[in-house]
Design a protein around this ligand. Structure first.
Ligand SMILES: Nc1ncnc2c1ncn2[C@@H]1O[C@H](COP(=O)(O)OP(=O)(O)OP(=O)(O)O)[C@@H](O)[C@H]1O
Ligand SMILES: O=C(O)[C@H](O)COP(=O)(O)O
Length: 401
């Protein structure tokens, strides 16, 4: 993998009394009453913040929330303050802005071990433009930069990339380091056999990941909506399943690449088909080569689950990205859930299991198995880009180890 992994870390810095600008990814889902519906990312940010507090640093937290165009009250970070305070065991102060005189005053009165949360950094268009003058203003608030926002590390924004040019040292937080250890380290030098499970809706969004993984894995298991493009490329009838007509040649090329690399690529041999795309659809199991007209494949079938689970038995490292079926509908969640259970079981037997962000994380959480996995990524887009072998701007900007 091309991405730099050896970045300078928090432990090396002198923290007592220092003002530390910490970029975190607190982009959590909120409901219509601005209630947090999943606090995973807040909890994931805690170890770094606590470490800084415990070492007498004055902690300035910066994050984005959503994709606001200018100042938008529903994207304020204020609703996060109670939960953050509870998790940290201190009263987190909240600023109404992320730069400017008021913020500077609040920083100046912050006690050692105190925590100040800045308002949504994306309220300024300069953030996403990575405007150097804006980055400089953020940098001027602190003596040290810590980037722990793995989920936003694929964005070259002012608070994730630009600021590191003006504020040194610029080091990684514990979450960032852990994500890199697993998603770059374990994937680059895995204990073998090394298997990848790739699912999700489309071939087009996973081409880069599959291409990159084929260079490295011993086994590649495919599921989700993308398999029908592979079936069609092999001449199977796919009924009304999701197919990307313009990716048929690519599917064939990927199958050939797997063969030439000696990768054991497994497509499901049976599928659960439905008469409509709905939770209450009529369903039945059919062989992959025999999907009837008017039916669409929405999950992998029982024989495939069995084969996939048996195949995974022999592995030492597994990385999973993308659900096996339409797991949002109970009836078509079985494939995804059974794979999640298998990975949890194998984790307990010493296999390294990595869930690479996005919907597969949601699926694993839904079945209550998140804490059984070796690593669950907090980044959707960021983890996908890492698995594609791309470099993340937020990581590149940090000091070398
Ligand atoms: N057979 C199928 N037909 C249609 N859609 C499917 C099928 N199997 C899975 N999906 C859908 O694919 C979606 C997830 O695909 P996606 O590519 O977004 O996965 P992901 O990589 O885990 O998520 P993210 O893009 O957030 O990282 C789910 O909403 C699921 O319902
Ligand atoms: O949720 C995410 O994937 C990150 O917080 C990045 O958000 P973005 O896609 O709006 O840049």
């Amino acid at each position: 993998m091309a991405t730099k992994r050896s970045v300078s870390t928090l432990k090396e810095a002198d923290l007592k009394g220092k003002r530390v600008f910490v970029r975190v990814d607190l982009n959590v889902p909120l409901d219509e009453n601005l209630k947090i519906t999943d606090d995973t990312r807040i909890r994931a940010a805690v170890p770094t913040i606590k470490y800084l507090m415990d070492h007498g640093a004055r902690v300035i937290l910066s994050s984005h929330l959503g994709r606001p165009k200018g100042v938008t009250p529903k994207y304020s970070l204020k609703p996060l303050v109670p939960r953050l305070s509870e998790l940290l065991g201190v009263n987190v102060e909240m600023a109404n802005d992320c730069i400017g005189e008021e913020v500077e005053k609040m920083v100046a009165t912050l006690p050692d071990g105190g925590v100040l949360l800045l308002e949504n950094v994306r309220f300024y268009k300069e953030e996403e433009k990575n405007d150097p003058a804006f980055a400089k203003k953020l940098a001027s608030l602190a003596d040290l930069y810590v980037n722990d926002a793995f989920g936003t590390a694929h964005r070259a924004h002012a608070s994730t990339e630009g600021v590191a040019k003006f504020l040194k040292p610029a080091v990684a937080g514990f979450l960032m380091q852990k994500e890199l250890d697993y998603l770059v380290g374990a994937v680059a030098s895995p204990k073998r056999p090394f298997a990848a499970i790739v699912g999700g809706s489309k071939v087009s969004t996973k081409i880069g990941v599959m291409e990159s993984l084929l260079e490295n894995v011993d086994i590649l298991l495919l599921g989700g909506g993308m398999i029908f493009t592979f079936y069609k490329a092999q001449g199977y009838s796919v009924g009304s399943s999701l197919v990307e007509e313009d990716k048929l040649d690519l599917a064939t090329a990927l199958l050939e690449k797997a063969k030439s690399k000696g990768v054991s690529l497994l497509l499901p041999t049976d599928v659960v088909v439905a008469d409509k795309f709905a939770a209450d659809a009529d369903s039945k199991v059919v062989p992959a080569s025999g999907i009837p007209d008017g039916w669409m494949g929405l999950d992998i079938g029982p024989d495939s689950i069995k084969t996939f689970c048996e195949t995974l038995e022999s592995t030492k490292t597994i990385i999973w990205n993308g659900p096996m079926g339409v797991f949002e509908f109970e009836k078509f969640a079985v494939g995804t859930e059974e794979i999640a259970k298998k990975l949890a079981d194998l984790s307990g037997k010493g296999v390294t299991t990595i869930i690479g962000g996005g919907d597969s994380v949601a699926a694993v959480e839904k079945v209550g198995l998140a804490d059984k996995m070796s690593h669950i990524s907090t980044g959707g887009g960021a983890s996908l880009e890492l698995l594609e072998g791309k470099s993340l701007p937020g990581v590149l900007a940090l000091d070398d180890a």
